[in-house]
Design a protein around this ligand. Structure first.
Ligand code: HEM
Length: 594
């Protein structure tokens, strides 16, 4: 592996930049962006943000000089663009104007990201230190930008920033550990695994603090709608994704030039401007992904986890039966050519990435496309270099009657690290239950009525009218009251997918032009799922991810599994496990007891 710095990782701040992010772009040329940022929350609230954006000039992003400037500009455009699309109780916009779309795409390309809000923009590049000489922790952090203007939103981002900060020492320790395994330096390995373990304890403590200042209601109803992307967003009015005006798949952000499009119809030119991207999620954190890779946690398609965690190289290569069967193509036009492509007559779409070794969950793999390029490369190289799991499996298999105290210790600390990662995922499942599942089930609390209720009534009436006239609404939804109905105000947070195309919309026109792209391709109307911003069926996915972590521990019976689609009994409950001191849960103890 190259040095951490080569992957834009700091041994002290990890994936966070070594210096706090820029608070402003100093070049006056970018003043129009910064001016809008100053009034951004107020304009959004007043319903004037779109108007203000229309007046904004199209700026040339190539005048940005440093990577810090690129990151600041990316954050600004994430804030402006998502607010433009979702509005504040305004109808979703199907298009993003060129003055946002063009520079945003160019900047994203420069940073190796997609032009959509992501973990890097709101967590890694969105903080300042109250005391410039103080630590990067929750007593010294303030967020640079939020959609809602609320302290809850700041807290939501900052807790995650603090997790990245406290987890930073893991990265150098991981790289050193890989060398220790190669050099059989057992004491060095123990020390570095202990560093990882301590850092993970700190990450868990920071995660627990989410509850302190981020209210689940505010999160779900006021913050989360803005973090949504435009993939699987038919119910929010974006069945084909979002049109990035002035940017199409024949445009190169690098050269700002268009390839020859003379062979395309008007319709296909329009279709080529659509982009489908998942929304912002901490599933895009390279830190948690790195811990999985380092410790050898394997992830499977949801519902397809083998009962017993397999040893390396004995994995079956069956198709991924997931919501994401493969990396989604960001442009719907690519689907038109899929069949031709199979016969090799046209240009290839996105190729499968190289990082499929341990991670066969298509959603988690897709999340890597939303990590900065160098961090993604770090994970790819780490996958090739990681040797810890095969080393501990070897210890387990070959020397179980004759382990030296150091070897036993390595197994202990390895298991302890996995326990910390499992505890992280246990807490995370609790958080998601409270912050998403429960909130979605309860519905919004609009006690004061007024505009919001009026608006909701108007929208419901509009939808009833649409459903009597419009054949494109799925027949199973016609005339039915669904659990989705409370969600009209923020359709992008809907619990259930209810695909529809609004009459007279641009999507309706595109749908007429390209019937082969049928709505049902993007959403399954029969599945009532609770979705994450990334469009996942949240709880089964997260619980499986937690169980996969637990079962990676050496000497543990799988905690849960699936046989013929049914859950099998847990061998040990979470409560029982919590009651056992960590050391006793180690492999050595298990082995001795046996
Ligand atoms: C209010 C707080 C949070 C909520 C509501 C939340 C929600 C979610 C949801 C819904 C998913 C499923 C994927 C998706 O569709 O986006 C997810 C995945 C994930 N989240 Fe969070 N999250 C929260 C905080 C955090 C924090 C602070 C971290 C720390 C970095 C984190 C790390 C992850 C990871 C790594 C995944 C991928 C699944 C896994 O690896 O187990 N989340 N989260």
């Amino acid at each position: 592996m190259r040095s951490l710095e080569d992957y834009d990782i700091s041994p002290t701040t990890g994936f966070l930049p070594t210096e706090p992010p820029l608070r402003r772009l100093s070049d006056n040329y970018f003043q129009p962006w910064e001016d809008l940022m100053e009034d951004f929350n107020g304009l959004l609230l007043a319903g004037k943000l779109r108007q203000a954006i229309h007046k904004m000039p199209l700026l040339d992003h190539s005048r940005l000089k440093t990577v810090q400037e690129y990151r600041r500009a990316f954050l600004i455009l994430c804030m402006l663009s998502h607010s433009y699309v979702w509005g504040k109780l305004e109808k979703t916009s199907e298009t993003l104007p060129a003055n946002l779309a063009v520079p945003w795409s160019g900047i994203a390309n420069h940073l190796g990201l997609c032009p959509v809000v992501c973990h890097a923009s709101v967590v890694l590049w969105n903080y300042r230190l109250l005391d410039p000489n103080g630590p990067i922790d929750l007593s010294n952090l303030s967020a640079l930008a939020t959609y809602s203007g609320s302290l809850d939103e700041s807290w939501f981002y900052l807790v995650t920033t603090a997790i990245e900060s406290v987890g930073a020492p893991c990265l150098a320790a991981m790289v050193r550990s890989i060398n220790h395994v190669r050099e059989a330096n057992y004491q060095g390995l123990i020390d570095d695994l202990q560093t990882v373990h301590t850092a993970m304890e700190g990450m868990n403590n920071a995660l627990q603090r989410m509850f302190e200042k981020c209210d689940p209601y505010v999160f779900y109803w006021k913050i989360r709608p803005y973090l949504a992307g435009w993939e699987n967003m038919a119910e929010a009015g974006l069945p084909f994704g979002l049109i990035y005006e002035g940017v199409d798949s024949f445009w190169s952000a690098e050269t700002d030039e268009y390839a020859d499009m003379s062979h395309l119809s008007e319709g296909e030119r329009l279709l080529r401007q659509y982009r489908r991207y998942a929304g912002g999620s901490a599933a895009q954190s390279s830190l948690i992904a790195a811990l999985d890779v380092f410790l050898g946690v394997e992830h499977y398609p949801t519902g397809k986890r083998p009962q017993v965690v397999q040893k390396p190289d004995s994995r079956d290569q069956s198709d991924l039966n997931d919501r994401y069967k493969q990396l989604p193509t960001p442009n719907p036009a690519d689907e038109l050519h899929k069949s031709k492509e199979k016969s090799g007559t046209t240009t290839p779409t996105s190729e499968r990435p190289p990082f499929v070794r341990t991670n066969r969950n298509a959603f988690l793999r897709a999340m890597r496309m939303y990590m900065p390029r160098q961090h993604r490369e770090f994970l790819e190289d780490l996958e090739l270099a990681a040797n810890l799991r095969s080393f501990v499996l070897q210890l387990e298999q070959q020397q179980k009657d004759n382990l030296s105290p150091e070897e036993s210790m390595i197994l202990d600390v390895y298991n302890d690290c996995l326990t910390q990662l499992k505890v992280f995922r246990d807490k995370h499942v609790q958080i998601v239950t409270l912050y998403i599942v429960n909130q979605a089930r309860k519905g919004p609390n609009i006690a004061h009525g007024g505009f919001a209720i009026e608006k909701k009534k108007q929208q419901q009436k509009q939808e009833q009218d649409d459903s009597t006239q419009d054949d494109s609404i799925h027949p199973s939804k016609k005339g039915k009251i669904t659990t989705n109905d409370h969600n009209v105000l923020y359709p992008q947070t809907a619990l259930e997918t209810s695909p529809r195309i609004r009459k007279g919309s641009l999507s309706a026109m595109v749908s007429d032009m390209f019937p082969e792209l049928g709505l049902a391709k993007h959403v399954d109307p029969k599945t009532g799922v609770v979705r994450g911003t990334g469009g996942t069926n949240v709880l089964p996915f997260l619980k499986q991810s937690r169980d996969e972590t637990a079962d990676t521990r050496i000497g543990f019976t799988p905690t849960t599994g699936h046989q013929n689609g049914k859950s099998i009994k847990k061998s040990i409950t979470i409560a029982e496990e919590a009651a056992i001191p960590e050391r006793r849960r180690s492999w050595r103890n298990w082995f001795t007891n046996k």
